[in-house]
Write a protein that binds this ligand. Structure first.
Ligand code: ATP
Length: 346
């Protein structure tokens, strides 16, 4: 059992800065959880507390059944993969992968077996006698993964492991890491500021902002029912359209148009609609004026205005539209409403 449980965890750095407000959540056994948020939101702080590299100011942290607040990092049964790989430059790939095992006193025979298994899994067989400097970035990243795998930990921790790779390799490695995690079934916590990585890799996403958790949910929940305007605009590229509107039970008024929506709210609101949920439609109620068209191959983005409000619309490459007036309709059930001041989902 390697469920991770945070109960009332808080972090205040010695200089008095609170990097994490009181936070509680569980990470179920075997799940791939991604912590995502902008720079400085506290995601690395949280990961480092789980790893034991940072003191916990308040609260209780359990890995499995064990409270580990005061347990040494080496005794937490975790393996961590860092952004900079942290490989030993003077050691071969084989020795780098085996390093943690040797320190633990594993027999030479077992080490050889485990290294062979990991290198086979990661496609490193031809590189075992090379030094890290003779490897590409992706291969180095795989060696770092190999070192984590051979330790057979209860928990994998990843700290932005792909951010030093180019875009193409990043895409490839994120599929590899996800597939490997599925295959091994090891509980994993993965930190990134990249919302695409979060959406594509996670079983569950934890969105953080300014030292607090904004939302915990599956990628679909976080995307389709964001808990706040922050989540709505952080997850998704381009982000959700957010415009001021006015709710009267069962309707929301925007740009002199009434749109049906399930709500009991009355008064000013922020209305959110994903770009792909706005549909060019000659009988649509929203008078959209297209100003710029971005061609992206498989699809196009229409940037324009309804009244004074800017909107972005995502259409397929075959949709026949030009700049100028393009009336829009809204897909049923696609409107999110948020409190106009706090940004909380209504
Ligand atoms: P990034 O993606 O840039 O790494 P992050 O979300 O991982 O950001 P953290 O590294 O967890 O952010 O830092 C959270 C906040 O805590 C930041 O405002 C940072 O400046 C602050 N912080 C980090 N380490 C310390 C420290 N040792 N003392 C004081 N403040 C710190």
């Amino acid at each position: 059992m390697a469920q991770v449980t945070l109960s009332g965890i808080r972090k205040v750095y010695p200089n008095g800065f609170q990097a994490l407000t009181t936070t509680s959540f569980d990470i179920p056994d075997g799940e791939f959880t991604v912590l995502v948020g902008p720079s400085g939101c506290g995601k690395s702080t949280l990961l480092r507390m789980v790893a034991g590299l940072e003191d916990i100011t308040e609260g209780e942290l359990r890995i499995g059944d064990r409270v580990v607040n005061d347990v040494d990092p080496a005794d937490r049964d975790i393996a961590m993969v860092f952004q900079n790989y942290a490989l030993y430059p003077h050691m071969t790939v084989r020795k780098n992968i085996a390093y943690g095992l040797k320190n633990r006193g594993t027999s030479a025979e077992d080490i050889a077996k485990k290294v062979a298994q990991a290198s086979d899994m990661l496609g490193l067989d031809d590189y075992l006698d090379r030094k890290p400097s003779q490897l590409s970035g992706g291969q180095r990243q795989r060696v770092a993964m190999g070192r984590a795998i051979v330790r057979d930990p209860a928990l994998f921790l990843f700290d932005e492991p792909l951010s030093n790779l180019d875009a193409k390799l990043r895409n490839q490695m994120r599929i590899e890491i996800k597939a490997l995690q599925r295959r091994l079934g090891v509980t994993s916590i993965y930190v990134t500021h990249d919302q695409v990585e979060a959406m594509t890799m996670a079983d569950r996403i934890i969105v953080m902002n300014g030292g607090k958790v904004e939302q915990i949910g599956t990628p679909a929940e976080v995307y389709h029912a964001p808990a706040s305007t922050f989540v709505a605009s952080f997850m998704g590229a381009p982000p959700m359209n957010l415009v001021p509107a006015h709710a009267v039970a069962g309707m929301v008024r925007f740009a002199k148009t009434s749109l049906a929506v399930e709500t009991h709210t009355d008064g000013p609101v922020t209305m959110g609609i994903r770009p792909e949920d706005l549909i060019p439609d000659t009988s649509g109620p929203l008078p959209f004026d297209v100003q710029i068209i971005e061609e992206l191959g498989a699809h196009r983005l229409l940037h324009g205005v309804v009244g004074d409000e800017k909107l972005t619309v995502h259409v397929g490459k075959d949709t026949d539209v030009g700049t100028g007036p393009v009336p829009l309709s809204v897909k049923p059930g696609a409107i999110s409403l948020f409190h106009h001041e706090t940004g909380t989902r209504l």
